[in-house]
Design a protein around this ligand. Structure first.
Ligand code: CU
Length: 166
């Protein structure tokens, strides 16, 4: 099974820390303690916050640090992208053309593996997988965005939700 599949923004890792460390240590880091936790459940064909409808809008604040916990509760592989303006060149939506975390330091944590990257394009998640994405939203990120899945047919089937950054 594919454990961890992340595409980052710039095509290279500005800082690559493939560090094994205990979950206890991870929870003591500033990134986690200062961050606002946001759990996003993922399934066919939705993104859903606790207490909200499927694919309901997600409100965030620029300058704030978030610890997104992504959970694939579905039965199939899903993709997670935070961005806007899907590329329609091929006639069907294929990846966003701009990305919410562009230029931001993104800490991706899966089990005991932590990767620090500049920006983030997509994450692929197998059924049952969970991961954390810790990021401070840039002040320049104010506006309307989306979270979406570009596995074949999923975006068209409605697998995207608005993200409003204030
Ligand atoms: Cu999907």
């Amino acid at each position: 099974m594919e454990l961890f599949n992340i595409r980052i923004q710039t095509g290279f890792l500005v800082m690559l820390f493939l560090t094994l460390f205990s979950l206890g240590l991870a929870q003591e880091s500033d990134q986690v303690t200062d961050a606002i936790p946001v759990t996003i459940n993922i399934g066919e064909m939705y993104f859903q916050l606790e207490g909200q409808d499927q694919n309901a809008a997600i409100s965030l604040e620029a300058g704030q640090t978030y610890d997104f916990l992504l959970k694939n509760l579905g039965k199939v592989l899903h993709e997670v992208q935070f961005g806007r303006d899907p590329n329609m060149e091929s006639g069907t939506p294929h990846d966003y053309t701009s990305f919410l975390f562009e230029g931001a330091e993104v800490v991706s944590v899966v089990d005991k593996l932590e990767v620090i990257s500049s920006g983030l394009i997509e994450v692929k998640m197998q059924p049952g997988q969970e991961m954390h994405i810790q990021v401070t939203l840039p002040e320049t990120s104010k506006g309307d965005w989306e979270i979406g899945c570009f596995q074949p047919g999923h975006y068209e089937a409605g697998m995207h939700a608005p993200i409003i950054v204030k």
